[in-house]
Ligand binder design. Sequence first.
Ligand code: ASP
Length: 314
Amino acid sequence: MTEFSRRDFLKGTTVAGLGFLGPRGKPSKQDSSPVKKGKGPIIISTWNHGLAANEEAAKVLKTTGNPIEAAKRGVMVSEADPNVTSVGYGGWPNRDGIVQLDAAIMRGEDLEAGAVAGIEGIKHPVAVASLVLSETPHVLLVGQGAQDFAIEYGFKKENLLTPQAKEAWKKQAPLREDHDTIGMVLMGEDGKMAASCTTSGLAWKIPGRVGDSPLIAHGLYCDDEAGGAAATGVGEEVIKVAGSYQVVEFMRQGMDPNDAIKRVCQRIIRRDTSRPDRMVGFVAMRRDGKTGYGSTTGNFEAAVWKEGKNTLVK
Ligand code: ASP
């Protein structure tokens, strides 16, 4: 479109015609469903290791009331656990036997976000992502730059390859599409939301491969005006449909979180018929506190913290 016709187009498009802004650019009715308040934190995470992460996040929300701090410290529990082989320390390495980690965090109040991708030797990439959010004008740092940044901020370089992961890697299985990324979406008592996501990615991936998890709109998305979502599974499939963003946008239109997830999963299945076995799962929370989860294969579980109870739902 030329500049002239673009201008014409914009002139000719009334605000009402765009269908999402009310008078003076205020959010339309679609965006003003009541925000959940006063019933304690609500937290949803992927997989069963989400239970321990939820516990920690709930504790942090209670003591600090800070959703970003809670979303960070919650998933750090999975990062530190050597038995969670798809996140942080103990995560399966890449094809060359090197653990490369991806993580991201996003604040729903102002859409501020931070992320790192392909970072090596740093046990808590989500904590680095959080510093990218708070201390830099950037959103995403990768590889060596991300590691240098972490070290500048006092992180120690560590060996993240556990003997168990090394053993598995030595057997040199083909690229493994099993995955257990932790993605978390939460809301404090005041209705403020955050989302986080951290992973070692697909086992035996090509060095430098980056999945959905550190990519805002793909591995996670969070907007207090609509809700939040986070993804797990084959990142390539999530990226192709901007998965988490799309779940949030469906919720913005008023859709139930479970239906929003279903719609995105159906799109993935319908558009890539070559690989029906490729698992993708989402957890989501709408701005009124309603939660949902679902996957392309049905093989998925989520940990939900609500009204003081932490439950695994399948
Ligand atoms: N989504 C992650 C990725 O593709 C994998 C996972 O869920 O563990 O990197």
